[in-house]
Design a protein around this ligand. Structure first.
Ligand SMILES: [Fe+2]
Length: 264
């Protein structure tokens, strides 16, 4: 069993400070092999916000993999956004498309930030090619996990994917043999299937520790991977409260794609 802790949209600069130490302690209690942070590490891509985000990442358990979100590019400083949108991200956090190999899983980050439009995302050809190469080298039986801030599928409330040409992105993910896509951006947890990419399970989490709530709660997920199976634990903290296990959903992957085998 491989365990991945999935956090997103931590938004340093707009953090509920009451949650920081408890989530770090809980993260260690859950003993993940890797912790994934799927973008929006900061609120406004300011250096002090990246310093705080870096400190937070350094306190997380397991191999830590992060990707940038739209908030990790300057919003108002247009010359900087267009010339070097992720320069600060690279300086404080590191590469924008990292990968981690675990027993039972290969995790590849995708930089879906688009400096031209800021909010909505895109999936570049280069990201698809990198995904192909990394997943082609994955050991037989390893789960192939892509992490991208903007999901190529609708949000929990039906809002369409906030990503340019999601059909094309789905085709790229599918061609690479992706099993799972972990995303954030919407600040709403969601587990969904894309009809056009039945072999891929899409898991979205809301904001782990920021005050930018859409659902009235902070949340994150613990994802346990088995051979062709996923057990997804949703952990939720109502505004100002403590994180508690809210629901566990189990999925299996068969020749027909992913299926839910037990839901809350
Ligand atoms: Fe966000």
């Amino acid at each position: 069993m491989t365990r991945i802790l999935h956090l997103s949209d931590i938004h340093f600069g707009a953090v509920d400070e009451r949650l920081v130490d408890p989530i770090i302690a809980l993260a260690h209690d859950l003993r993940p092999d890797a912790t994934v942070v799927s973008g929006d590490l900061t609120q406004r891509a300011r250096p002090d916000q990246f310093v705080a985000a870096r400190d937070f990442l350094d306190r997380l358990p397991g191999a830590v993999l992060a990707v940038p979100g739209n908030h990790d590019m300057p919003l108002w400083n247009l010359p900087l956004r267009l010339a070097a949108p992720l320069a600060r991200y690279r300086r404080f956090i590191g590469t924008t498309e990292p990968h981690v190999n675990l027993p039972g899983a290969v995790i590849q980050g995708i930089d879906s930030a688009n400096p031209l439009v800021w909010k909505a995302g895109r999936m570049r050809d280069a990201s698809g090619e990198r995904l192909n190469a990394v997943f082609a080298d994955a050991p037989v039986g390893a789960m192939r996990v892509a992490v991208m801030h903007h999901a190529p599928v609708p949000a929990a409330d039906g809002t369409p994917a906030d990503l340019a040409d999601p059909t094309r992105a789905l085709a790229m993910l599918s061609r690479a043999g992706t099993d799972l896509v972990l995303s954030g951006h919407t600040h709403m947890p969601h587990a969904a299937f894309a009809e056009t990419a039945a072999g891929i399970l899409f898991l979205q989490v809301g904001t782990a520790i920021s005050t930018r709530l859409k659902t009235g709660a902070n949340d994150f997920a613990l994802i346990e991977l088995g051979p062709n199976s996923v057990a997804h634990q949703a952990w939720v903290a109502p505004r100002g409260g403590a994180f508690a296990l809210s629901a566990t959903t189990r999925f299996v992957k068969t020749g027909r794609g992913w299926e839910i085998v037990s839901a809350p």
